[in-house]
Design a protein around this ligand. Sequence first.
Ligand code: HEC
Length: 139
Amino acid sequence: MRHASLLAIALAVGSPAFAQEGDNLKAGDVAFGGDLYASYCAACHGAEGRGDGPMAPVLMVAPADLTQLSASNGGVFPVVRVVQQIDGRDPMLAHGGEMPLFGDFFAGDDTAIRSEAGQPIMTSRPIADVMAWLETIQE
Ligand code: HEC
C-alpha cells in the first residue's frame, strides 16, 4: 500500500513537471501541419502520405510512404531523422535526392521539439507542425 501511494505521489508530482518541460519543447500544431503538408508535400507523397501523390509517377525515385516511418523504425517515430530529411541536414537527401530541401523555406521561428530519445532538437515552427501531423498518420 505504501509503495502504491508513493507511486501515486511520484506520478502526481511527475506529470506537471513533464508538462512544464513540454512547454519548453513546444509541440507542433497538428492542424496547421496538415495544411502545410497538403500544400508542400502531398503532390509527391500523396494526400495521406502513402507515397502516391500525382507527381509520384514522374519521379525517378519513388516518394517514401510516410505512414510507415515508425513501423520501419521499430515502432518509434524517428523524429531526428525525419526533421533532418525535411530541412536537408540529412546528407542522404542533400546529396542529390529528388526531394526538395525545405530548410530555407521553412526556416525561422526556432522551435525545439522532443526527439525520440527525449532530447530537444531545434527546428523551425512550420517543420515542428508538419512533424506533429506526420506523427498522427503513423500506422
Ligand atoms: C518533389 C516531390 C517531393 C516533395 C514535394 C516532397 N517529397 Fe519527401 N520525398 C520525396 C522522394 C522522392 C523521397 C525519397 C527520397 C530518397 O529515397 O532518396 C522523399 C523522402 C521523404 C522522407 C524520408 C522518408 C524515409 O523513409 O526516410 C521524408 C520524411 C519526407 N520525404 C517528407 C516530406 C515532407 C514532410 C514534405 C513536405 C514538406 C516532402 N517530403 C515533400 C519526394 C518529395
